[in-house]
Design a protein around this ligand. Sequence first.
Ligand SMILES: *[C@@H]1O[C@H](CO)[C@@H](O)[C@H](O)[C@H]1NC(C)=O
Ligand SMILES: *[C@@H]1O[C@H](CO)[C@@H](O)[C@H](O)[C@H]1NC(C)=O
Ligand SMILES: *[C@@H]1O[C@H](CO)[C@@H](O)[C@H](O)[C@H]1NC(C)=O
Ligand SMILES: *[C@@H]1O[C@H](CO)[C@@H](O)[C@H](O)[C@H]1NC(C)=O
Length: 312
Amino acid sequence: MFICSRLVVVSVAAGLLSLVQGQNSDESVLIDPRTRLSSNITLPAPGSPILQSDFEIPPDCGETSYVGSGRLRGRRALITGGDSGIGRAVTIAFAREGADVVINYLPEEQSDADDVVSVIEATTNSSIYIIPGDLRNETFCKELVHNAADLLGGLDILINNAGYALASPNITSLTTESLTRTIETNVFAPVFLTRAAVPLMPPGSSIVFTASLIIESPSYLMADYGGSKAFLLTFAQSMAAGLMAEAGIRVNAVRPAITYTPFLSSQGQTAEGAMRIGAATPLGRVRHPVELVPQYMALVGNDPGYTTGGFS
Ligand SMILES: *[C@@H]1O[C@H](CO)[C@@H](O)[C@H](O)[C@H]1NC(C)=O
Ligand SMILES: *[C@@H]1O[C@H](CO)[C@@H](O)[C@H](O)[C@H]1NC(C)=O
Ligand SMILES: *[C@@H]1O[C@H](CO)[C@@H](O)[C@H](O)[C@H]1NC(C)=O
Ligand SMILES: *[C@@H]1O[C@H](CO)[C@@H](O)[C@H](O)[C@H]1NC(C)=O
């Protein structure tokens, strides 16, 4: 599987290079959003880890479609969960926009991280560094931030994106192990990372948390996950209030609705279930990760500048 996925990426990346370079940027082509990306999705069987390369129809993370225009040239970003799903789309887009990036991911997801490196190296002049490790470890979180800043020559974007969820049919079947992992990954780690990063970040820097729309329609099956995302939203708002005044740092949270990612499988979702939820949205399909990029871009770029404590 490892070798296979690398080969696929190399060929994708070669096609992509011509796409990126051959783009006629004078034209803005209209595309119907309902049919732009596949509404037909498949999910690998639940298990751990779930990789991008396990998908029959891979989630679109912008590998062949995202074209940058130098909007983040010179910026330095640390992105957790940058190997797959939303984090992968954000990583590819940031690098295409000229940012140098460090991604963190779990060691068992190495092949997905290698894919991202191949895609970025084949299609950008941005630097990408990979630092695997489990964010539940406080010491590791601190080292990750400092190592990222050393590799990048500084740090001005932190994307707290990595998350964990495991559906549990009811409160009596929620295990302490799963609850602990959810809270340590989704709550403690972003706090550890933010605490380590802020002293290194110059004014104009941005921190973004990946929260979730689950906050507005809580699910009994994902009660601990929903609670952890509600924490992130409030925490982001608190940080925004203090860090702008104190350090000129913008802090925001993105609240994605259901998105086609390996995360769906690992939390116990089925393709049928996900397609049913997607069908009830205005576009009539689940969102692909690349379709979240504009939200993150707006919150880290210099163009809008003002938004802080807001939720995209
Ligand atoms: C959806 O994709 C699966 C897997 O590739 C395929 O077997 C199925 O025919 C597709 N369904 C539709 C409606 O396109
Ligand atoms: C990378 O840099 C080289 C040399 O400056 C340049 O010719 C090339 O277009 C750049 N590639 C991309 C994808 O920006
Ligand atoms: C936590 O991370 C530190 C630094 O990377 C490492 O030395 C230590 O062994 C880790 N602890 C555990 C329990 O994995
Ligand atoms: C909770 O879920 C477990 C595991 O599916 C099941 O055995 C148990 O009957 C459920 N309890 C209630 C009160 O529904």
